[in-house]
Design a protein around this ligand. Structure first.
Ligand code: ADP
Ligand code: MG
Length: 386
């Protein structure tokens, strides 16, 4: 074979570069939704409504009652690397918000029609702006791109329409809108469990029913009961694990941490440890040996961010070896709060993968505490029937 002439190297068009970069962050409707939910939570929302059409490919709308966005910020809202959450590299280690790289809205605007209606406190009316490829654009031909006054409540409504309209390969890889909707519901469900003080709603546009609805004030256990079923909720064991102690929570009663004293205890445990070594707290709610599912349901939050970790999942799953019959699995919700300086959230554009110091030690302590509780429960289970 005679090698053909080498083709000259050329630079890709900027719009294509942007679209490729956006695709690394926004894989599918549920990944766009996760970013938008996190923005709403960052804005202090206590009510978040999600409306979906065709699995989010046609329409994905998130309405929140959070802080809103200043009108003056709207022109740069969808530029890359514009954020209200980070201004210097050293801020990175103190992050207490979800966002920081200012890429979510920019990315969405490169692969969808993005529009925003927002009303900040003190504003007389809401402002509406539309975006394409990072820039503010007119909502209709002939109009200016400037934000337009609009009716609206305090807070922000973000509408993502025609997702992946300009990336046909991506679009055709996501043919099933029912699967995309299931993924969207899964993300909303998990955030609703973790944020039981926030009301969440999720429905299909024009659909007859709200598929998910939680109240603005509830406990984690109530949210689990509502969203995953009473069968799980009544078998839940709650534990708070810190480097130095484990607090168990009675199965029938309230979680101990919720009483004022215990709260102080938990807080001071965190403070004490801050002076010596990295502090952490794990809140875990897991099913007893009485509950058997076919597939493990595992909700993992690290510093309030929904993440995946097959290593942690495997370690937690193995706690149940010998406790559950072969082929059956538990429900486990694990919320790890770590010193932000020990967490590297910067490893992956989607921030889904998180690395942190002492991962093995922490996982082992949590697993051991769960194991001890499960092992000790064997005969006492029936005392706690509700
Ligand atoms: P990041 O969250 O990393 O800052 P984003 O692209 O997700 O980047 O958002 C850019 C900025 O837009 C945020 O920093 C925030 O100031 C503002 N913003 C986005 N969504 C909302 C919202 N729902 N409520 C209030 N402000 C928002
Ligand atoms: Mg964000």
């Amino acid at each position: 074979v005679i090698p053909s002439e080498p083709a000259p190297i050329r630079r890709l068009e900027q719009s294509l570069i942007n679209r490729i970069a956006a695709g690394e962050i926004i894989h599918r409707p549920s990944s766009a939704l996760k970013e938008l939910l996190e923005n709403s939570l960052d804005a202090g929302a206590t009510s978040i409504r999600v409306t979906v059409k065709e699995g989010g490919l046609r329409l994905l709308q998130i309405q929140d009652n959070g802080s809103g966005i200043q009108k003056d910020s709207l022109p740069i809202l969808a530029h890359r690397h514009t954020t209200s959450k980070l201004s210097s590299f050293s801020d990175l280690s103190h992050l207490t918000t979800y966002g920081f790289r200012g890429e979510a809205l920019a990315s969405i605007s490169h692969v969808a029609d993005l529009s925003v209606v927002t009303k900040a406190r003190g504003e007389q009316c809401a402002w509406r702006a539309c975006y394409l490829d990072g820039e503010m654009v007119p909502s209709k031909p002939g109009l200016s791109a400037e934000p337009k006054p609009a009716p609206g409540n305090f807070g922000t409504t973000i509408t993502v329409a025609s997702l992946f309209h300009n990336t046909p390969a991506r679009l055709s890889a996501l043919r099933s809108s029912s699967e995309e909707y299931a993924r969207i519901l899964d993300v909303v469900t998990k955030y609703a469990v973790h944020n039981s003080h926030v009301a969440f709603f999720c429905k299909k546009l024009g659909g007859p029913t709200t598929d998910l609805s939680t109240p603005a004030s509830g406990t984690t256990k109530q949210a689990i009961s509502m969203l995953y079923g009473q069968g799980i909720a009544k078998e839940l064991i709650a534990l708070t694990v810190t480097p130095t102690s484990t607090m168990s929570v009675s199965r029938s009663g309230k979680r101990k941490r919720e009483s004022a004293n215990e709260d102080e205890e938990a807080d001071s445990a965190l403070e004490d440890d801050e002076n010596t070594k990295a502090a952490w707290t794990a809140d875990v709610q897991f099913t007893s040996a009485n509950y058997h599912a076919k597939k493990m349901v595992f909700l993992l939050f690290i510093n309030h961010r929904l993440v995946e970790s097959s290593r942690i999942k495997r370690a937690i799953e193995s706690v149940y070896t010998g406790i559950l019959p072969k082929g059956s699995s538990p429900f486990v919700y694990l919320s790890l709060r770590l010193d932000p300086t020990t967490v590297d959230v910067n490893v992956h554009p989607t921030k889904r993968e998180v690395h942190f110091l002492d991962e093995e030690t922490i996982t082992e302590r949590v697993a051991d505490a769960m194991q001890a509780q499960l092992a000790g429960m064997g005969e006492r289970v029936f005392e706690y029937q509700t």
